[in-house]
Design a protein around this ligand. Structure first.
Ligand code: C2E
Ligand code: CA
Ligand code: CA
Length: 694
């Protein structure tokens, strides 16, 4: 480019001076003052003219000196054949010693000006490279200086122009013990710790942004062990003269990391299980979620819950409870794969994050293996309890707009799973429909309570020895304006998960007391009114006051009121339950243990819970005619209860045979369709009258 401009300048001047022809002198004249090294010469060396610029370099005024020309052309003899080289080469770079003893570098470009018979006339225009050469040397030493600074600071540089081949700086080569400064992305990636590869991939595929970003990853280093590095990188856009650059600096942060690990342990580790806690799960989870979008990956989030853990904790004690949590955490940890994570979310809730490789059965298969391993823990002092867990799972990024969203959906799936132990349930968006159903139901139920649509049905309880009615159980019904009767199983669980159960229980308590007092006033024989309490009712601080109030308003003597509590409810917090039961007993109210035998029944509870009646669950009674074991259990429970002065009642008696067996086993009372289904108060009145007369 520069040379072409020069030629045009020379040609222009010559053309202006001699419109027709040119000769050596003319050219010499024109180039004399030009600001570039130039020489006019004939190939027989009979004419040589160096311009002033060039003469300043060679330090001589002898215009015809052949030797001088050879020097500036870098030729060591004055053999004219050597000049061919100068003529032939478009650009011919030469270094020669100049007048001040330094080195001059010139790139010559030679053109034929005139072909003549005896000789040809040439013009050589020089481009002085001396300064550029010096700059290059400077640059090289700057580069050396830069590299040694990097070495002192232990900073490696990893750059690429095409994201395939990477250039590693000398310090980087040293730090990682690389074989060469040219590494492929694949080779470099293979040095990254498997657990950190996803983060690395995320960085390598990140948007081409000029902002500085950074990641912290483990890389296999010189000596073969992994060390922690911080990689700060950015994207530099290309220009007309440069290619786009991507890359940055790598700094060994192993020491800092070791310190951080301690701090992190405190902030991100769960003390009991020694696995990451919820904070860590949220951090890593969100980062993973973002990587999923970037790299088209997907991950499973499995949320696990130890079945009936509160009971285990109560039964086996706090230390053993912790032992089980810790081991559960360790079991989960075994299933962590590259890029995944196991964490304790809270209490007995855990999460497992696993990469999805397109196998839809993976979560269920994994949970089943975890369940197997967990069940095996029930040995030695835990051999009497069965250890199981339930799980819900979802997939990210498909199942939510953030990691929290996806996690909540997995938790939602867990709750949506069956009430049975060892349930496994995957998230489906249509699950929300049932939630909408529930909220609608809640609204309708709330209206029903306001509109006085709740009623009590009463089921008789019979003294097996005499056949006489000794009490009734009040069972709530929702009677819609069109007369449809809705059974409690369809709405009590919904009411329990909202504040509505409190209103229902208040109604049942007051209505039960009022009705019983009313029958007494009618002159019917005195019977016990049993009402059912839910967990949230039972754990209310002012329960005693509320019961007292209902008794006072109705005028019913406390001994004609009985509260049925389930074992599950009582075992939630045994100490509190005992205290609460004692408070009710102080009023004179009777206490029955409902559904006995379904949960983690332990006869030892009969020692500590101040109950007056034990209600054998219907599941024992159903099989009692055919199942010898059920019969044995029922009669032993009755015997033990008797020894504790606790009365017994069997629920779900449907035929005479069952009644006979229970009577034979010493059971005090019976309840079931055999005697009467739950019925409205008028029907019950008739029942009592008939019963009195039978
Ligand atoms: P539960 O307390 O175990 O009540 C006994 C249930 O067994 C009643 O169902 C009753 O109708 C049914 N049952 C009685 N005898 C027989 C029989 O011989 N065969 C069969 N197959 N079933 C029999 P119901 O009334 O549908 O109540 C279901 C559950 O709803 C109750 O179980 C109780 O847990 C709950 N519940 C009912 N009323 C209330 C209430 O007022 N408050 C609360 N918190 N829960 C209630
Ligand atoms: Ca009951
Ligand atoms: Ca029951």
């Amino acid at each position: 480019m520069v040379l072409l401009t020069l030629f045009l300048a020379v040609a222009g001047k010559i053309y202006n001076k001699h419109k027709s022809s040119v000769d050596a002198e003319d050219i010499s004249d024109v180039i004399e003052e030009l600001n570039s090294e130039m020489v006019v010469w004939t190939d027989d060396l009979s004419y040589i003219h160096m311009n002033k610029m060039l003469r300043d370099q060679v330090g001589s005024d002898k215009l015809d000196n052949r030797q001088q020309l050879m020097t500036v052309f870098g030729l060591n003899s004055d053999n004219p054949e050597m000049l061919e080289k100068v003529i032939r080469n478009q650009s011919y770079e030469v270094h020669f010693q100049n007048v001040s003893g330094g080195l001059t570098s010139i790139a010559w470009s030679t053109s034929l000006m005139k072909k003549r018979k005896k000789n040809s006339l040439y013009l050589s225009a020089g481009f002085n490279l001396t300064e550029i050469k010096k700059m290059k040397v400077n640059l090289a030493s700057a580069n050396d200086f830069f590299n040694s600074s990097m070495e002192l600071a232990e900073i490696g540089v990893l750059m690429t122009t095409d994201k395939k081949k990477y250039f590693a700086s000398p310090e980087m080569v040293r730090m990682l013990g690389l074989r060469s400064s040219n590494v492929s992305l694949g080779d470099f990636r293979s040095l990254v710790h498997p657990n950190d590869r996803m983060i690395f991939d995320g960085a390598m595929n990140s948007e081409e942004s000029p902002e500085v970003k950074s990641i912290e990853i483990r890389i296999k280093s010189r000596g073969g062990s992994y060390r922690w590095y911080s990689y700060r990188y950015k994207f530099i856009e290309g220009t007309d003269n440069t290619l786009p650059l991507f890359g940055g600096a790598i700094l060994d942060i192993t020491k800092e990391h070791e310190k951080d690990v301690l701090i992190e342990r405190l902030a991100y580790m769960d003390e009991v299980t020694e696995i990451p806690n919820r904070n860590k799960l949220m951090d890593i989870g969100q980062a993973t979620y973002e990587c999923c979008h970037l790299l088209n990956y997907s991950y499973w989030i499995i949320v696990l819950d130890i079945d009936r853990f509160h009971i285990i904790n109560d039964t086996c004690g706090y230390t053993n409870g912790n032992y089980i949590l810790k081991n559960f955490g360790h079991i989960l940890y075994k299933f962590v794969t590259a890029g995944g994570l196991a964490a304790r979310i809270s209490g007995d809730n855990f999460a497992l994050v696993m990469r999805d490789y397109g196998e839809d059965e993976l979560p269920v298969r994994t949970v089943m293996k975890i369940q197997d391993d967990f069940a095996k823990l029930a040995t030695g002092e835990f051999s009497t309890i069965s250890l199981s867990c339930s799980a819900g799972f979802s997939k990210m990024p498909a199942d939510g707009n953030s990691f929290l969203d996806v996690l909540e959906h997995a938790e939602f799936a867990l709750k949506s799973g069956s009430d049975n132990q060892s349930s496994i349930c995957g998230y489906e968006s249509r699950m929300h429909d049932s939630i909408i159903g529930i909220t609608e139901l809640e609204k309708a139920l709330s209206d029903a309570i306001e509109n006085d649509e709740l009623r009590l049905f009463y089921q008789p309880k019979i003294d097996l020895a005499t056949g006489k009615i000794m009490g009734v159980e009040a069972l709530v019904r929702w009677i819609k304006p069109d007369g449809t009767v809705i059974k409690p199983d369809s709405f009590v669980p919904v009411a329990e998960s909202s504040h509505l159960i409190g209103k229902i229980s208040e109604f049942v308590l007051h209505e039960g007391c009022r009705q019983n007092k009313m029958w007494q006033k009618m002159g019917l024989p005195n019977i016990v009114m049993s009402i059912n309490f839910s967990s949230s009712d039972f754990y209310q601080k002012d329960l005693k006051d509320k019961v007292f109030e209902a008794l006072a308003i109705s005028g019913l003597d406390a001994k004609w009121l009985e509260v049925e509590l389930t074992e599950r409810l009582a075992l939630k917090d045994v100490d509190y339950a005992v205290a609460q039961m004692n408070r009710l007993r102080e009023l004179g109210v009777k206490l029955a243990m409902d559904d006995f035998g379904t949960g983690y029944s332990s006869l030892s509870y009969l020692q500590i819970l101040p109950i007056t009646l034990l209600k054998l669950d219907r599941s024992f009674i159903v099989d009692i005619e055919t199942d010898d074991i059920a019969r044995v259990i029922v009669s032993s429970v009755i015997d033990i209860a008797k020894s504790k002065k606790i009365e017994t009642i069997a629920e779900g008696i449907e035929n005479e045979k069952q009644e006979g067996i229970l009577l034979g086993a010493g059971c005090d009372y019976g309840q079931g369709y055999y005697y009467g289904k739950p019925m409205p108060p008028e029907e019950l009145e008739q029942f009592i009258i008939n019963n009195m007369n039978s």
